[in-house]
Ligand binder design. Sequence first.
Ligand code: PLP
Length: 379
Amino acid sequence: MPEVIAYLDNAASTPLCPEAVEAMAPLHRELYANPTGAHRMARDTRRRIDDARDVMADALGSSPGEIVFTGGGTEGDNLAVVGRHLQAGGAPVCSAVEHHAVLAPVEQLGGRVAAVDASGVIDLDALRVALDDDVTVVSVMLANNETGMIQPLAAVAEVVRSAAPRAVLHTDAVQAFPWLDVASVAECADLISVSAHKFGGPKGVGALVVRSGVELAPVLLGGGQERGLRSGTHNAAGIVGMAAAAEVVKKTRTEQVERLAGLRDRLVDGVLAAVDGTTETGVRAGKVAGSAHLCFAGIESEALLFLLEDAGVYASAASSCSSGAQDPSHVLAAMGYDRVLAGGSLRLSLGYETTEADIDRALAVIPDAVARLRAYGHG
Ligand code: PLP
């Protein structure tokens, strides 16, 4: 393994920030009680969770009573779509570029999928056509996990309010949270899901905003925690770690967005200049700052990722399924990319620990790796 690693896979997961590590430690060592208990340690643990709830509410533009702690982004997305369907019946609708945590439940519940344009932005006319009185939940993500493209949520909300009066609007803000002020851009949403490990927090914990008055049924039944919407003993350390990471994001977001957009632009411009036959997907101005996504003609992602890893650059392709094999990307297919070009995709996602040196390394390695694959005919 090369000694120096350029980790450019922050959209998959981020390193735990020191503030989260520090905030979590006492919950493992001294405050390990079940927070629903009656004794002092339980009450103290509960207090930490309540403080974390205040922080997450502030970060997401809700009241503390509207926060439901979840086991991560997948669970929050499922609770929004399935929970709404269980409560209100009817059909769910989503965009064609949603994460599988939304797409799979929508499809399984017999829902409808609205098309996107060539840059990956939802087609509002197609959305309007998919809506009617039967639709009870519409799910449109804030930022896409493959391309980084940001969706026009306020315009989506207007279409939903006028064409599907029974529907609530859910947004998967999992990829947006490190980059956008979710409290303001998702103000129009009734349900908002986030996941801690995408912004310097621990894995397996997240939050779903459920605005007051929004009727949702639980998917997990049991002890009735989180207002009955998410049974199960609280992941107290995870919740506290998530809030600590959210506070860091709040303090540093503006400066990190500026710094990382600059690094991302240097990376993408450098690769575009050095490698013929490269397509930048989407529209850069419409993407979150840390996201770079390219397609190289004449190569296969899997082989490219192998060469990059060997040279100390960790990245990913369009999307990876649980087996680790590369699936054809439903996002690129929805944007109209043919299978062959989509098969040569590369996602480079920057995060708060990304440095100039990481970008230098990527720029030193990628053009050569693509050239080698093309020379060997790995098309
Ligand atoms: N939604 C989006 C947009 C994502 O990128 C991811 C993770 O890749 C998820 C949902 C799932 O989140 P989690 O890994 O916390 O289950």
